[in-house]
Design a protein around this ligand. Structure first.
Ligand code: 6PG
Length: 237
Protein backbone atom coordinates (compact mmCIF):
# COMPACT_ATOMS: atom_id res chain seq x y z
CA UNK A 1 0.00 0.00 0.00
CA UNK A 2 1.45 3.32 -1.11
CA UNK A 3 1.33 5.62 1.96
CA UNK A 4 0.96 9.38 1.43
CA UNK A 5 0.87 11.68 4.48
CA UNK A 6 -0.21 15.31 4.25
CA UNK A 7 -0.26 17.88 7.04
CA UNK A 8 -3.86 19.04 7.14
CA UNK A 9 -7.28 17.92 5.80
CA UNK A 10 -6.98 20.77 3.29
CA UNK A 11 -3.57 19.50 2.12
CA UNK A 12 -5.07 16.01 1.85
CA UNK A 13 -7.91 17.34 -0.34
CA UNK A 14 -5.43 19.26 -2.52
CA UNK A 15 -3.20 16.22 -3.08
CA UNK A 16 -6.27 14.12 -3.93
CA UNK A 17 -7.49 16.83 -6.34
CA UNK A 18 -4.13 16.80 -8.14
CA UNK A 19 -4.38 13.03 -8.48
CA UNK A 20 -7.97 13.29 -9.76
CA UNK A 21 -6.90 15.81 -12.43
CA UNK A 22 -3.96 13.64 -13.52
CA UNK A 23 -5.89 10.36 -13.62
CA UNK A 24 -8.97 11.81 -15.34
CA UNK A 25 -6.92 13.46 -18.12
CA UNK A 26 -4.78 10.35 -18.60
CA UNK A 27 -7.84 8.09 -18.99
CA UNK A 28 -9.68 10.47 -21.32
CA UNK A 29 -6.55 10.87 -23.49
CA UNK A 30 -6.20 7.07 -23.74
CA UNK A 31 -9.81 5.87 -23.79
CA UNK A 32 -12.05 8.89 -24.25
CA UNK A 33 -13.72 8.40 -20.86
CA UNK A 34 -12.78 8.30 -17.15
CA UNK A 35 -14.74 5.98 -14.87
CA UNK A 36 -14.69 6.82 -11.19
CA UNK A 37 -16.51 5.57 -8.08
CA UNK A 38 -16.94 8.26 -5.43
CA UNK A 39 -16.70 7.58 -1.73
CA UNK A 40 -19.36 8.57 0.74
CA UNK A 41 -19.04 9.63 4.37
CA UNK A 42 -17.69 13.05 5.37
CA UNK A 43 -13.96 12.93 4.51
CA UNK A 44 -14.19 13.34 0.67
CA UNK A 45 -16.44 16.42 0.89
CA UNK A 46 -13.43 18.81 1.03
CA UNK A 47 -12.05 17.19 -2.14
CA UNK A 48 -15.37 17.49 -4.00
CA UNK A 49 -15.72 21.16 -2.98
CA UNK A 50 -12.13 21.90 -4.02
CA UNK A 51 -12.58 20.28 -7.45
CA UNK A 52 -15.71 22.35 -8.08
CA UNK A 53 -14.31 25.66 -6.74
CA UNK A 54 -14.03 28.08 -9.73
CA UNK A 55 -11.43 30.12 -7.81
CA UNK A 56 -9.07 27.18 -7.55
CA UNK A 57 -6.99 25.76 -10.43
CA UNK A 58 -8.56 22.27 -10.54
CA UNK A 59 -12.06 22.89 -11.88
CA UNK A 60 -10.92 24.02 -15.34
CA UNK A 61 -8.35 21.19 -15.58
CA UNK A 62 -10.91 18.36 -15.22
CA UNK A 63 -12.51 16.85 -18.38
CA UNK A 64 -15.94 16.87 -16.68
CA UNK A 65 -18.12 15.95 -19.76
CA UNK A 66 -16.09 12.73 -20.31
CA UNK A 67 -16.36 11.40 -16.76
CA UNK A 68 -18.74 8.66 -15.69
CA UNK A 69 -19.53 9.00 -11.96
CA UNK A 70 -20.55 6.07 -9.77
CA UNK A 71 -20.66 5.51 -6.00
CA UNK A 72 -18.63 2.86 -4.12
CA UNK A 73 -21.59 2.54 -1.77
CA UNK A 74 -24.84 4.17 -0.84
CA UNK A 75 -27.13 4.32 2.13
CA UNK A 76 -30.64 2.87 1.65
CA UNK A 77 -32.28 6.29 1.57
CA UNK A 78 -33.78 8.52 -1.17
CA UNK A 79 -31.36 10.82 -3.10
CA UNK A 80 -32.65 13.93 -1.29
CA UNK A 81 -32.10 12.44 2.19
CA UNK A 82 -29.45 14.06 4.44
CA UNK A 83 -27.69 10.68 4.73
CA UNK A 84 -27.46 10.22 0.94
CA UNK A 85 -23.91 9.91 -0.44
CA UNK A 86 -25.29 10.97 -3.83
CA UNK A 87 -26.76 14.14 -2.31
CA UNK A 88 -23.48 15.07 -0.62
CA UNK A 89 -21.48 14.74 -3.87
CA UNK A 90 -24.21 16.48 -5.87
CA UNK A 91 -24.33 19.50 -3.55
CA UNK A 92 -20.53 19.70 -3.04
CA UNK A 93 -19.49 19.19 -6.67
CA UNK A 94 -21.69 17.66 -9.37
CA UNK A 95 -24.32 20.43 -9.37
CA UNK A 96 -21.59 23.04 -9.89
CA UNK A 97 -19.54 21.62 -12.76
CA UNK A 98 -20.26 20.77 -16.43
CA UNK A 99 -20.76 17.02 -16.07
CA UNK A 100 -22.84 15.15 -18.66
CA UNK A 101 -26.07 14.45 -16.73
CA UNK A 102 -26.44 10.96 -18.23
CA UNK A 103 -22.93 10.13 -17.00
CA UNK A 104 -23.93 10.52 -13.35
CA UNK A 105 -24.91 7.00 -12.33
CA UNK A 106 -26.37 7.07 -8.84
CA UNK A 107 -27.77 4.04 -6.97
CA UNK A 108 -31.60 4.01 -7.17
CA UNK A 109 -31.54 3.84 -3.38
CA UNK A 110 -35.15 5.04 -3.07
CA UNK A 111 -36.14 1.54 -4.18
CA UNK A 112 -37.57 -0.12 -1.01
CA UNK A 113 -36.03 -3.38 -2.28
CA UNK A 114 -32.31 -2.90 -1.62
CA UNK A 115 -31.36 -6.17 -3.36
CA UNK A 116 -33.15 -5.05 -6.51
CA UNK A 117 -31.42 -1.65 -6.36
CA UNK A 118 -28.10 -3.51 -6.14
CA UNK A 119 -28.91 -5.73 -9.14
CA UNK A 120 -29.95 -2.69 -11.20
CA UNK A 121 -26.75 -0.90 -10.27
CA UNK A 122 -24.69 -3.93 -11.25
CA UNK A 123 -26.32 -3.87 -14.70
CA UNK A 124 -25.44 -0.17 -15.05
CA UNK A 125 -21.81 -0.86 -14.08
CA UNK A 126 -21.61 -3.73 -16.58
CA UNK A 127 -23.17 -1.57 -19.33
CA UNK A 128 -20.97 1.52 -18.83
CA UNK A 129 -17.62 0.47 -17.30
CA UNK A 130 -15.33 -1.32 -19.79
CA UNK A 131 -13.66 -4.64 -18.98
CA UNK A 132 -14.67 -8.21 -18.11
CA UNK A 133 -15.32 -7.77 -15.23
CA UNK A 134 -15.74 -3.99 -15.25
CA UNK A 135 -12.52 -2.17 -14.42
CA UNK A 136 -12.86 1.31 -12.90
CA UNK A 137 -10.07 3.78 -13.60
CA UNK A 138 -10.31 5.02 -10.00
CA UNK A 139 -12.27 4.13 -6.87
CA UNK A 140 -12.25 6.46 -3.86
CA UNK A 141 -12.75 4.84 -0.46
CA UNK A 142 -12.83 5.83 3.18
CA UNK A 143 -12.17 3.80 6.30
CA UNK A 144 -14.41 3.61 9.35
CA UNK A 145 -12.94 3.44 12.86
CA UNK A 146 -14.16 -0.21 12.87
CA UNK A 147 -12.15 -1.00 9.73
CA UNK A 148 -15.09 -1.02 7.32
CA UNK A 149 -14.70 0.41 3.83
CA UNK A 150 -17.40 1.22 1.27
CA UNK A 151 -20.22 -0.63 3.05
CA UNK A 152 -18.23 -3.79 3.69
CA UNK A 153 -18.36 -4.08 7.48
CA UNK A 154 -16.42 -6.47 9.75
CA UNK A 155 -18.09 -9.91 9.78
CA UNK A 156 -20.25 -9.07 6.74
CA UNK A 157 -21.23 -11.88 4.35
CA UNK A 158 -20.13 -9.53 1.55
CA UNK A 159 -16.51 -10.31 2.48
CA UNK A 160 -17.03 -13.78 0.98
CA UNK A 161 -18.72 -12.57 -2.23
CA UNK A 162 -16.81 -13.84 -5.29
CA UNK A 163 -19.24 -13.21 -8.17
CA UNK A 164 -21.56 -10.25 -7.69
CA UNK A 165 -20.15 -6.76 -8.29
CA UNK A 166 -22.76 -4.97 -6.18
CA UNK A 167 -24.40 -6.29 -3.00
CA UNK A 168 -27.08 -5.13 -0.54
CA UNK A 169 -25.99 -6.34 2.88
CA UNK A 170 -28.03 -5.81 6.03
CA UNK A 171 -25.83 -3.91 8.48
CA UNK A 172 -26.97 -4.90 11.97
CA UNK A 173 -25.13 -2.11 13.79
CA UNK A 174 -26.88 0.46 11.57
CA UNK A 175 -30.17 -1.47 11.49
CA UNK A 176 -30.25 -0.75 7.78
CA UNK A 177 -29.38 -2.14 4.36
CA UNK A 178 -26.51 -0.61 2.41
CA UNK A 179 -25.74 -0.95 -1.31
CA UNK A 180 -22.06 -1.51 -1.89
CA UNK A 181 -19.42 -2.47 -4.42
CA UNK A 182 -17.92 -5.85 -3.59
CA UNK A 183 -14.27 -6.93 -3.31
CA UNK A 184 -14.18 -8.55 -6.80
CA UNK A 185 -15.19 -5.20 -8.36
CA UNK A 186 -13.05 -2.96 -6.14
CA UNK A 187 -9.97 -5.19 -6.43
CA UNK A 188 -10.29 -5.19 -10.21
CA UNK A 189 -9.96 -1.41 -10.36
CA UNK A 190 -6.89 0.14 -12.02
CA UNK A 191 -6.41 2.31 -8.93
CA UNK A 192 -7.92 2.77 -5.45
CA UNK A 193 -7.35 5.74 -3.18
CA UNK A 194 -8.22 5.70 0.53
CA UNK A 195 -8.81 9.20 1.96
CA UNK A 196 -8.50 9.12 5.74
CA UNK A 197 -8.55 12.11 8.05
CA UNK A 198 -8.63 12.82 11.80
CA UNK A 199 -7.24 11.51 15.08
CA UNK A 200 -10.21 9.16 15.54
CA UNK A 201 -8.85 7.10 12.63
CA UNK A 202 -5.25 6.87 13.93
CA UNK A 203 -5.73 3.52 15.67
CA UNK A 204 -7.37 1.74 12.72
CA UNK A 205 -4.74 3.20 10.36
CA UNK A 206 -1.97 1.84 12.63
CA UNK A 207 -3.62 -1.59 12.70
CA UNK A 208 -4.20 -1.53 8.92
CA UNK A 209 -0.55 -0.68 8.29
CA UNK A 210 1.11 -2.77 11.00
CA UNK A 211 -1.39 -5.28 12.39
CA UNK A 212 -2.56 -8.70 11.23
CA UNK A 213 -5.19 -8.79 8.50
CA UNK A 214 -8.46 -8.41 10.39
CA UNK A 215 -10.40 -5.64 8.73
CA UNK A 216 -12.37 -5.31 5.49
CA UNK A 217 -10.22 -2.30 4.46
CA UNK A 218 -7.21 -4.64 4.47
CA UNK A 219 -8.89 -6.82 1.83
CA UNK A 220 -8.55 -3.97 -0.69
CA UNK A 221 -5.58 -4.83 -2.89
CA UNK A 222 -6.03 -3.85 -6.52
CA UNK A 223 -3.10 -3.25 -8.90
CA UNK A 224 -2.49 0.19 -7.37
CA UNK A 225 -3.63 1.43 -3.95
CA UNK A 226 -2.82 4.62 -2.09
CA UNK A 227 -3.52 5.30 1.56
CA UNK A 228 -3.72 9.11 1.72
CA UNK A 229 -3.74 10.44 5.28
CA UNK A 230 -3.57 13.70 7.13
CA UNK A 231 -1.11 14.09 9.99
CA UNK A 232 -3.68 13.29 12.67
CA UNK A 233 -4.79 10.05 11.00
CA UNK A 234 -1.09 9.10 10.69
CA UNK A 235 -0.27 10.06 14.28
CA UNK A 236 0.21 6.45 15.48
CA UNK A 237 2.37 5.27 12.59
C1 6PG B 1 -20.33 5.58 3.86
C2 6PG B 1 -18.97 5.38 3.33
C3 6PG B 1 -18.06 4.76 4.36
C4 6PG B 1 -17.13 5.89 4.76
C5 6PG B 1 -16.47 5.60 6.10
C6 6PG B 1 -15.65 6.78 6.58
O1 6PG B 1 -21.27 5.54 3.10
O2 6PG B 1 -20.41 5.85 5.05
O3 6PG B 1 -18.79 5.08 2.09
O4 6PG B 1 -17.35 3.66 3.94
O5 6PG B 1 -16.15 6.08 3.76
O6 6PG B 1 -17.50 5.33 7.01
O7 6PG B 1 -16.55 7.83 6.79
P1 6PG B 1 -16.06 9.30 7.22
O8 6PG B 1 -15.31 9.85 6.06
O9 6PG B 1 -17.31 10.04 7.48
O10 6PG B 1 -15.18 9.12 8.43
Amino acid sequence: MNLVILETPQDLARAAAELFVAKSNEAVAERGIFTIALSGGSTPKLLYQLLADPNKPFCEQVPWPSIHFFWADERHVPPDHSESNYRMAHEAMLSKVPVTRDNVHRVMSENPDAAEAAEDYEQTVLRIVPGKPSRFDLILLGVGADGHTASIFPGSEVLHETKRLIAAPWVEKLKSYRITMTLPLINNAASVVFLVSGAEKAEIVREMAQGPKRYPAQEIRPAEVRLMLDREAASKL
